[in-house]
Write a protein that binds this ligand. Structure first.
Ligand code: HEC
Length: 195
């Protein structure tokens, strides 16, 4: 009897731990500069188990990209965590532009690469953001960055062929259109996944 109680305790304990685990991944995440393996377990405990994070860790694609309901929250996170160095419009300040067609690290043309740069940092002032943004928030910031890409759509290799066809460089009209709620709950993935 006592034994089965103990077992139930262990089981409940591991279920509790499981709830906060980082979902399994098929992707490999390495530091953009050093190439060292990144440990996703160093992420914040919140925002690990969202549908977007689970999908990203399996497919290597950020499902929030080109989902307009996610832009306002992505923008507000960017303004808090990134714009001081990269500029409010991503035009570049002490950090480089994130909207032009040039990448210091070409790996940032993949979602796994961009995620890794944000999560693990790069050189100098580009510190790691694993402790100020959750895994899910990093994907939201990435969607906002990707939406600002100003190069030719054919260079937006992180998008699906279909998304590339639809893609239009960011304009002031977009800016007006996204003046909706920055409430994180307003960010919804489409019910029928086209990705
Ligand atoms: C304290 C200043 C600072 C902050 C805050 C900052 N960055 Fe950076 N970022 C830099 C600098 C400086 C570099 C250039 C580092 C290098 O070349 O290794 C950089 C480089 C980058 C790169 C690589 C660009 C390329 O051309 O390959 C990306 C992507 C990036 N930052 C994204 C972000 C995001 C997203 C945030 C917010 C979550 C952020 N940064 C916050 C200063 C900052």
């Amino acid at each position: 009897m006592r034994k089965s109680f103990a077992f139930a305790g262990v089981l409940a304990g591991s279920l509790f731990l499981m709830a906060a685990d980082v979902p399994p991944t098929t992707q490999s995440f390495i530091n953009t500069v050093t190439g060292d393996k990144l440990d996703l377990d160093t992420s914040l405990p919140d925002g690990r188990q969202t549908p977007a994070v689970k999908e990203f860790l399996q497919t290597g694609r950020d499902p929030y990209e080109e989902v307009p309901s996610c832009f306002p929250n992505g923008k507000s996170l960017f303004l808090t965590a990134c714009s001081g160095c990269h500029g409010g419009e991503m035009e570049g300040k002490v950090g480089p532009s994130l909207s032009d067609d040039y990448w210091t690290y070409p790996v940032n043309t993949t979602d796994v690469g961009l995620f890794s740069t944000i999560f693990g940092g790069a050189n100098g002032m580009m510190g790691p953001h694993n402790q100020d943004l959750t895994l899910d928030q990093i994907l939201r910031v990435m969607a906002w960055i990707r939406h600002h890409f100003s190069g030719p759509a054919s260079h937006a290799t992180w998008l699906t062929a279909e998304q590339q066809k639809q893609f239009k460089p960011f304009t002031a009209a977009d800016e007006a259109a996204i003046k909706q709620s920055t409430d994180p709950a307003a960010c919804k993935l489409p019910a029928t996944a086209s990705h």
